[in-house]
Design a protein around this ligand. Sequence first.
Ligand SMILES: C[S@@+](CC[C@H](N)C(=O)[O-])C[C@H]1O[C@@H](n2cnc3c(N)ncnc32)[C@H](O)[C@@H]1O
Length: 254
Amino acid sequence: MPANIPSPGHPAVEAYLANGYDSVVGMSSRFAAAICTRLLRLQTEEGVTGPIAEIGAFEGRFFIALAHALEPGEIALGIDIFSWPDAQVKDRFEANCLKHGIGPERRRTIKGDAGAMTQADLLAHAGGERLRLIHIDGEHSRNALARDLTLATACLGEGGLIVLDDMLHPGYPTLMVTVQAHLEANPDIVPLCVIDRETIVGATKFVLCQRAWFERYQTRLLEIFQDWIWPLGADFEPHWCLVLSQDTRLAEIV
Ligand SMILES: C[S@@+](CC[C@H](N)C(=O)[O-])C[C@H]1O[C@@H](n2cnc3c(N)ncnc32)[C@H](O)[C@@H]1O
């Protein structure tokens, strides 16, 4: 594995992160991919199963990593309007999936506006099963994020995780307002951890989980990611959660 990246816990993910990830056009960081795929492994260890979805699959960089972390029979849904930056982006998504080992039996490609999707639509795409992880990386407006968060929360299975991209990004400063409002309106959902940014493009992600699962997951995160824990944590007033970073230094004050 590249330096300073946690092991994703799956040989297929490890191979893709080492040899394929950079060749697929995309925006999420490899650090975040390693952590999120290790979280999928953790779910498997805890008996959490089911399909996953990405809103904003683009050319498949992050999607392929997540899909490689699934168990046999589980599927990944790639949702995107697939019109940006050109009409061929869907073909490139499918070609990248095939090239990097995610065949059609392991995925569903869904061309559409996530904001117009109902809970019933998404669950139908998932074969009637609730989702164990949903990565939200679609339209970056407050309204769109609010809709995506509502949809994800409604479709989440027991022990499920919601991953939010481009949090605390200098280009999207208002998204945090939507996240905070969603957390206040849904007290059963809490931040599990913050995945610190690698670069301005490979931005910070938040991972949310059900409150009932927080302690159980955090106990495992403390051991799995011990080398990447920034000591002070994240203060969501009054909830605290772990910050996972490649730079765990504190400010030098003396
Ligand atoms: C930043 S890119 C995603 C990058 C990708 N997740 C990765 O990590 O490489 C954002 C994607 O969201 C898609 N998108 C924007 N609005 C959307 C919507 N309303 N529904 C579904 N996808 C949307 C865009 O087409 C674009 O492909």
